[in-house]
Design a protein around this ligand. Structure first.
Ligand SMILES: [Zn+2]
Ligand SMILES: [Zn+2]
Length: 256
């Protein structure tokens, strides 16, 4: 029996990952390819994941600004999130690394990226203070296609005892967001999220952490936060792995 070369390559790749997991063999750094190494080596974290000052409610990098005040987009605006933190900007090398995590479903990479999030400023205190941790859900169609929810994999590593995979639900699937304006995206995600009726008691009056892998315009995260707020959440912190900075919002949405 013959298989297309691509299928063989995928088999070899997933077999390699499974083999390394099984026998706890060292792997290569996904960024600099150093070997033996953790999936993301300490030198790459040091070089590419330096914390930057970010807006406290939308996590946009404040660049050279010295104060931790809200960015121009957020000041004077009602934000569905009480706080938002991001570990890194959605740019090289994290954009490639996240793509590999999503499309190759490498479990060791999930753990490494979750650790990167945990060590970002304010993440650990937010997780400690939370009563409930939820991940941005994928639509049932996307979940079937991909076989796993990358945001849930991060949440599971970050807070295994507080995460609830069934509290926040998502219907349908928003249209392809490449090139869509901010207004179009907001319209696409409206009424997409809700809290499962049997979980409302678990959300009401509680502090919730909402986890996502990539925050682009924030439209999806904000809409999910509105659903949590409608169910009575007292305080909501968004914790994202990577934040697309403003100048990049016309690029492909990382959720695609
Ligand atoms: Zn490295
Ligand atoms: Zn902001």
């Amino acid at each position: 029996m013959t298989f297309p070369r691509q299928t063989k390559a995928l088999w070899a790749q997933s077999w390699g990952t499974g083999f390394r997991q099984l026998f706890k063999l060292p792997s290569v750094c996904q960024i600099c390819h150093a070997w033996p190494s953790q999936p993301v080596c300490a030198a790459c974290v040091e070089r590419f994941a330096q914390p930057s000052l970010r807006c406290p409610t939308c996590a946009l990098s404040l660049g050279a600004k010295k104060s931790h005040a809200a960015c121009l987009n957020c000041s004077g605006q009602e934000n569905p999130l009480d706080a938002c933190v991001a570990a890194v900007s959605y740019a090289f090398p994290w954009s490639e690394c996240i793509a590999r995590f999503k499309f190759q479903a490498d479990p060791s990479l999930a753990k490494a990226l979750a650790e990167l999030m945990r060590h970002a400023p304010w993440v650990e205190p937010a997780l400690d203070a939370a009563n409930l941790v939820v991940a941005m859900p994928l639509s049932p169609i996307r979940l079937r296609e991909r076989g796993f929810n990358q945001a849930f994999e991060l949440a599971r590593h970050l807070s295994p005892h507080k995460v609830d995979a069934h509290a926040l639900l998502r219907s349908g699937d928003s249209a392809h967001q490449v090139g869509a304006s901010r207004e179009d995206r907001l319209a696409q995600v409206r009424d997409t999220f809700w809290v499962a009726p049997e979980k409302i008691a678990k959300v009401r009056g509680q502090r919730v952490v909402l986890i996502d892998d990539v925050m682009t315009t924030g439209a999806s995260v904000y809409e999910a936060a509105r659903a949590l707020r409608a169910a009575g959440a007292a305080h909501i912190t968004g914790v994202v792995l990577a934040r697309t900075e403003v100048r990049q919002t016309h690029f492909a949405d990382a959720r695609q």
